[in-house]
Structures are given as C-alpha cells and as structure tokens.
Write a protein that binds this ligand. Structure first.
Ligand code: NDP
Length: 332
C-alpha cells in the first residue's frame, strides 16, 4: 500500500532532547530493530511499525550488523522499507548501525579490529542501500583489540564520509573516558554512549551516565522494558509468541522468576494508580534524568508501539513514587 507520511508527525507530542553537547536533537523514544524485523518475522508488520513510528515523530532508528534473525536481515528489511517508503525522508532520520559482535565465521567477523569494523560497515551500507549512516557504533569494548585501533577506525570512518558521527556501546567507564578523549583529540565527536538501562538494570546511574554527561556525550538507553519483563505480559505466565517463548528470543524463560514477577506485580499496581500501564511508567522512569537523551524501545506490534508512545503524556514522578519504586526494586 502506498505510504504518505503524516503531515502532523511533529505536532503529535513527541519530545526531543539534545544529544549531549551536540547539535542533534533526538526523540526521547527511539525505535530499535534488534528483534521483530528479521527474515524470521513478518515483513509487513515491520513496515507498519516503522511507518507508525515515523508518523509519531520517531526519527531515530537503531540497528546493528547482526540484528535479525538471520543476522543482517533486519538491515536488509530496513533498507527495503527505506527504499519503498522513506526516500523523501532520509534527511529527517538518524539511522545508526554497529559492529563488534560475531557476524561472520573466521577471525575477522567478530571483535573491534579495523578489519572487522570497516568490512562490517561496508556490508551494512549495502544491506540498507545507504551511502552513509548517521552514527556508527563500536558495539562493545573488545579487550583483545588495542583500543586505539578501534577508535582510530571510527575516526577514519567519519573522514571517509561513511558515518556522520560515531558512538560507543557497552564500554566500561575507564575505556569510555579514554574513547571520549581520544576522539576529541582527533576532532571527532563521540555523539552517543549506548548501554542497558531499565528499572531492573541500573548500574550506569553510578558512573557511566554522569561521566557521559560531563563529557557532553549523549546517553542512549537500550532494553528499557527489560525485554518485556517490565510490562504486564508475564504476570500470569509466559504467553505464546512472546520473546521469552521464542527459541530465537534473547530473553530466556529462566529469567521470568517468581521474584521478578512479584516486583512486576507491585510496579504494575503503582502504574495503574498513576493512570498508566506498567510499560508507560517504566519508560517514563528511564527518561526522568535529562542526561538520558533517548530510550530505544523494541516492539512486536503497532499496538505495543502505540501503547508505549502514551508514556509521553506523563513523564513526571513525585518523590514518594520514586521512593516506593526504589523500595520495590530493592525487594525490601
Ligand atoms: P525493550 O526492553 O523495549 O523490549 C522490547 C520487547 O518488550 C518487545 O519486543 C515486546 O516483546 C515487549 N514489549 C514492548 N512494548 C510492550 C508493551 N507495550 N506491552 C507488552 N510488551 C511490550 O527493548 P529491546 O530489548 O527490544 O531493546 C531495544 C533496542 O535497543 C533494540 O532493538 C536495539 O536497537 C537496542 N539494543 C542495543 C544493544 C546493544 O548492545 N547496544 C543490546 C540490546 C538492544 P514481545 O516480543 O514479547 O512482544
């Protein structure tokens, strides 16, 4: 079906935040294509989600070389969607990809060497049918590759025009600081630091988040719903077709424990007292610190995406609610 972008897309309530000290503004909610966009998934469902996201002001789409399954197929599908529907809107989008996890066999298909990063980005551009990405990330810190080799490769990728900016993902504090300084010395901006952040995974609050803010680097949170745990979907068991039920899902059934669900039930009660779903409250909570530039969600349907967009209607928490959330999460 022919797609015409919604003319009201920037007037529907999306909030944009500055990404660190850069000139880029990001939607507080971004769309990730880790699951649900691969060759194992329904293509038209992916098309509907990207259209719905864009029609609601989501301009930031997060990919990686290995997203699928099969690895690479999310980029391939996204490329098809871009070509079919979004040719007139490329300049309204921030498109990111990454390399650093296992992608192809042999010694050069994994890790953060120059060989891997450059070959992988070339493959990603082909799959997405793009000349450049907006942001290219080192997907993970790789202790077996000298960090200078990885970072100089990021610098060279920007100089080659294959990425406008670069970012790092899952870098420990000291290596992140080294990266910010190295890139700055080369006059290349580290635009984003991406890491896991949700009510259930708060490690970055201690140091990675304030440190990124101090260096003017935007912080991008992934898996804000703990892959679906922070919604009401697992309250009464593991539903068929859910990520925890899928053999290719990254969330394992063993992670859906009684202890986790007991916390989810209490959080769910608080969310309904606030007039929100748990998903809405969990997303709003990850955005409460302005140093979080954007939160990347996954969704398996337009309905979920739509539900999640509703979080924007209430992002504020009073101190009693925050204390109660901390108490529930600590299990005391
Ligand atoms: P989430 O924590 O948002 O989990 C998404 C999943 O939660 C969905 O697939 C769906 O699961 C469920 N869900 C979402 N909304 C609802 C809702 N309203 N009601 C019920 N269930 C819901 O994020 P992801 O773990 O998917 O990660 C988001 C993105 O972050 C990725 O796509 C990727 O771009 C990025 N990422 C980056 C990583 C990195 O290493 N840098 C690592 C991981 C992710 P279901 O399928 O069961 O319906």
């Amino acid at each position: 079906m022919f797609y015409q972008a919604d003319a009201q897309r920037y007037q529907k309530g999306m909030i944009y935040r500055k990404c660190g000290n850069s000139g880029i503004q990001l939607p507080v909610l971004s769309m990730g294509l880790w699951h649900n966009f691969g060759s194992a998934d329904v293509f038209d469902n992916g098309v509907a989600m990207i259209r719905h996201a864009f029609d609601n002001g989501i301009t930031h789409f997060d990919l990686a070389n290995n997203y699928g399954p099969l690895p690479g197929s999310a980029e391939e599908n996204f490329g098809k969607i871009l070509k079919k529907d979004f040719q007139a809107h490329r300049d309204e989008m921030i498109i990111t990809t990454k390399a650093g996890h296992l992608m192809w066999p042999g010694p050069y298909g994994d890790g953060s060497s120059r060989k891997n990063l450059i070959s992988s980005l070339n493959q990603s551009l082909k799959r997405m049918q793009l000349d450049y990405v907006d942001v290219f990330y080192s997907h993970r810190y790789d202790a077996t590759t000298p960090i200078e080799e990885t970072l100089q490769t990021l610098v060279d990728i920007v100089k080659q025009g294959k990425a406008l900016y670069v970012g790092i993902s899952k870098y420990p504090l000291n290596e992140a600081t080294f990266a910010y300084n190295y890139l700055k010395e080369q006059n290349i901006q580290c635009l984003m630091h991406q890491d896991r952040y949700s009510m259930f995974t708060r490690a970055i609050e201690e140091s990675v988040l304030p440190n990124a803010a101090e260096y003017g680097v935007g912080f991008i949170a992934f898996s804000p719903l703990a892959q679906g745990l922070l919604t009401n979907k697992y309250l009464h068991g593991i539903p068929e077709g859910s990520r925890a039920a899928r053999p290719d899902g990254f969330l394992k059934a063993e992670q859906v424990t009684d202890e986790v669900i007991a916390k989810v039930a209490q959080l769910n009660k608080l969310a309904s007292e606030r007039g929100q779903t748990l998903a809405e409250m969990a997303l709003a909570w990850t955005m409460r610190n302005e140093s979080v530039s954007s939160v990347i969600i996954g969704a398996s349907s337009v309905k979920q995406l739509n539900d999640n967009l509703k979080c924007l209607e209430n992002l504020s928490f009073d101190s009693q609610e925050l204390i109660l959330i901390d108490r529930i999460l600590s299990g005391k």
